[in-house]
Design a protein around this ligand. Structure first.
Ligand code: GAP
Length: 514
C-alpha cells in the first residue's frame, strides 16, 4: 500500500471504529485538536498505564506526581520558554498560507533522501545478492551528488537554527527553489520567530501581571517540585519524578492528524543525578526507553535513534527515538541531557535554594537532569500504525482488517458472542458468561449480526479473544475461545476462561520484558 493510502486508512479506521474524532466536528472541527472516542480512550489509558508502571512501579527510585497545568508565569521566564520557545514562521504572499521555514527545508531534504533511496532500491533489484550498498553509496555519481546536497542542506539548517539566523533560512528557501507545497508559489515573506505558548488571563489581575501560560511541557511542574518530592519521599540521588499530563503548543504547521496537535499529552520523567554522571545516565535511558518500545513487538526496522543536530536551549546532548510513521521516520520520543539548566534557572529567579545535600560527601549541589519525554498521542499513532493490517483469511479468499495490538494494550480484552442472536437460551448463557468476566477486564457482549460479522468487528477494534457460546455450551459448559491473530479456536470450560484470558492480557507480560 502507498504511504499516503496507509495513512488515510489509519485515519479513517480511527474515526469509523470510535478511536478518534475531530474536536467540535459539528462546527466543522478545530484544527489540530482531537477527541478520543470509546476505544481510543481505552487504548490511550493502556498506553499510559504501560508507561507509568514501567517508570513508577518498576523503579523503587522513581515516583509520580500530577502537577497543575497553570504555573506561576515566572516559571516560563526561568525555563527559557518566554524568550526561546519559538518556531521560524514564513507566509506565502499569494496563497496566504503559513509554514514553518525549517520544515520546508526538511521536506526539501526528505525529497533528496527519497531520490537516494529510489536509486538504491533500483540497484538492489538489478544486482541482486552481490549488491554492496555501502560501496554504491560511495561511488554512484547520482547518489554521491545527492548525498552532498543533502548534507550541505542539513549542516546549513542546523547552523541557521542554532544561530537564530532567520535571514539565512529565507536564503535557503530561495536558493533551494522551495515552493508553497499546496500552490507552487515562490512569493515568500521574510522568516520571523513565533512563540508557541498559548496565553490566558487570571480573572482578578488585569494586564501583563495577570498573564498566564498553558504549559507547553509537563517537565516544569516536576522541576519546581523537585525539593518537595525529594524531602517528602526521602529519595537519594539518583532518583526520578514521572508525570503524565496535558501540554499545549500553538503549532504553526498542524498537519498529520494526531502527530502534531495543539493540545496533547506528554509522559515525561526527569531523572536527577550527580553532576558529571550525565553521560552514563543518558546512555542508560536511551537503551531503557528503546527496550520499552521493542517489548511491544515493534519491528526493529521501524525504530531508530536520531541525534539532534541543533540542541534545545536547555540541553547538552539529545537524541530522538524515531518511528517509521506512514509519512516517514519522525520523532516519537526525546531523551535529553538537560544539565542543571532548569533547576539552576529556577533557583536564580525564585531566590530559593534548589540543592541536594549529599549525605555521603556532605556537599550540596544543584543536580543534573536526564529527561525522557514521549507524546502519548504520537505513541497512539505509532501503535495504530504497527497494528493495523489487512490480510487474507487462509482458505476463504476473503480479507479481514485486523488491529494486532499487544493484548495488554487492546481496548477490549474479550468479546462474548452468542452463535445465534434469536435463541434465548444462547443469548441468556452469553449474558451470564459476560457478567462473570466483566469485573476482571473490559469485555463486550455483542449479538448484533451473524457470528462472522461479529468476529470482523472485534478484529477491527483489536479484541484479542472472542468467546463463542454455542449449543454445546448449553450441554457441557464449554465455549470456544478464538485467538484474534492465529484464528485458532480452542474449547475451554467456562470456569477456566477468566484465568486463561487474564494471564494472556496481563500488563505484567510487557513489564517482565523490561
Ligand atoms: N520536555 C521536553 C519536551 O517537551 P519535545 O521534544 O518538545 O520535548 C517531547 O516534546 C515529546 O512530546 C515529543 O517527542 C513528541 O512525542 C511530543 N510532542 C511534542 N509536540 C507535540 C505536538 N504538537 N503534538 C503531539 N505530540 C507532541
Amino acid at each position: 500500500m502507498a504511504q499516503d493510502d496507509s495513512f488515510k486508512k489509519i485515519v479513517s479506521h480511527c474515526k469509523e471504529y470510535g478511536f478518534i474524532y475531530q474536536s467540535s466536528e459539528i462546527y466543522d472541527g478545530l484544527s489540530a485538536v482531537y477527541d478520543y472516542g470509546p476505544y481510543g480512550s481505552l487504548l490511550k489509558n493502556n498506553l499510559k498505564e504501560y508507561w507509568w508502571k514501567s517508570m513508577v512501579q518498576m523503579h523503587d527510585n522513581i515516583v509520580g506526581i500530577d502537577a497543575a497545568i497553570f504555573m506561576h508565569p515566572k516559571t516560563w521566564k526561568a525555563s527559557g520558554h518566554v524568550d526561546a520557545f519559538n518556531d521560524p514562521l514564513i507566509d506565502n504572499k499569494d496563497s496566504k498560507k503559513r509554514y514553518r521555514a525549517d520544515v520546508l527545508v526538511e521536506d526539501y531534504m526528505a525529497k533528496i533522501e527519497g531520490k537516494i533511496e529510489k536509486e538504491i532500491t533500483k540497484a538492489k533489484k538489478r544486482f541482486g545478492e552481490s549488491f554492496d550498498e555501502e560501496m554504491y553509496r560511495q561511488t554512484n555519481p547520482r547518489v554521491v551528488a545527492n548525498l552532498e546536497k543533502y548534507n550541505a542542506a542539513k549542516d546549513r539548517l542546523a547552523k541557521a537554527m542554532t544561530d537564530n539566523d532567520m535571514a539565512d533560512l529565507k536564503a535557503m528557501i530561495e536558493e533551494y527553489d522551495i515552493a508553497d507545497p499546496d500552490t507552487g508559489s515562490r512569493n515568500w515573506t521574510d522568516v520571523r520567530q513565533f512563540n508557541l505558548m498559548f496565553s490566558t488571563q487570571l480573572g482578578n489581575i488585569a494586564g501583563e501581571e495577570g498573564k498566564l501560560y498553558l504549559r507547553p511541557e509537563t517537565a516544569q511542574g516536576i522541576f519546581v517540585n523537585f525539593l518537595n518530592v525529594q524531602k517528602t519521599t526521602r529519595q537519594k540521588i539518583p532518583f526520578g519524578i514521572a508525570q503524565i499530563g496535558k501540554a499545549f503548543r500553538n503549532e504553526i504547521v498542524a498537519r498529520q492528524f494526531i502527530f502534531r496537535m495543539r493540545e496533547f499529552e506528554q509522559m515525561e520523567m526527569q531523572y536527577f543525578i550527580q553532576p558529571g554522571s550525565q553521560k552514563e545516565w543518558y546512555d542508560y535511558w536511551k537503551k531503557t526507553r528503546m527496550k520499552w518500545h521493542e517489548a511491544l513487538g515493534t519491528p526493529g526496522d521501524s525504530l531508530r535513534y536520531h541525534d539532534h543536530d541543533n540542541l534545545a536551549h536547555y540541553a547538552d546532548a539529545a537524541v530522538d527515538i524515531e518511528f517509521k510513521f506512514p509519512f516517514g521516520f519522525k520523532e516519537l520520543e526525546g531523551i535529553h541531557s538537560r544539565t542543571d539548566f532548569d533547576l539552576g534557572a529556577h533557583q536564580e529567579l525564585s531566590g530559593k535554594k534548589l540543592q541536594y545535600f549529599d549525605p555521603a560527601s556532605k556537599e550540596s549541589y544543584v543536580p543534573y537532569v536526564v529527561e525522557t519525554s514521549i507524546g502519548c498521542d504520537r505513541m497512539f499513532l505509532a501503535a495504530m500504525t504497527n497494528a493495523l493490517v489487512e490480510e487474507e483469511v487462509e482458505g476463504t479468499g476473503n480479507t479481514r482488517e485486523v488491529l494486532k495490538l499487544h493484548p495488554a494494550l487492546a481496548p477490549i480484552k474479550c468479546a462474548v458472542l452468542p452463535l445465534k442472536r434469536n435463541d434465548d437460551k444462547l443469548t441468556g448463557k452469553a449474558q451470564e458468561v459476560f457478567n462473570s468476566l466483566k469485573a476482571s477486564f473490559n469485555c463486550q457482549y455483542d449479538d448484533v449480526g451473524s457470528i462472522g460479522k461479529l468476529y470482523r468487528r472485534q478484529d477491527a477494534i483489536g479484541t484479542p479473544f472472542c468467546v463463542t457460546i454455542d449449543f454445546e455450551t448449553l450441554d457441557d459448559n464449554t465455549v470456544t475461545l478464538r485467538d484474534r491473530d492465529s484464528l485458532t479456536q480452542e474449547r475451554v470450560p467456562i470456569e477456566k476462561l477468566e484465568g486463561i484470558i487474564r494471564e494472556r492480557v496481563d500488563m505484567a507480560n510487557l513489564l517482565k520484558q523490561l
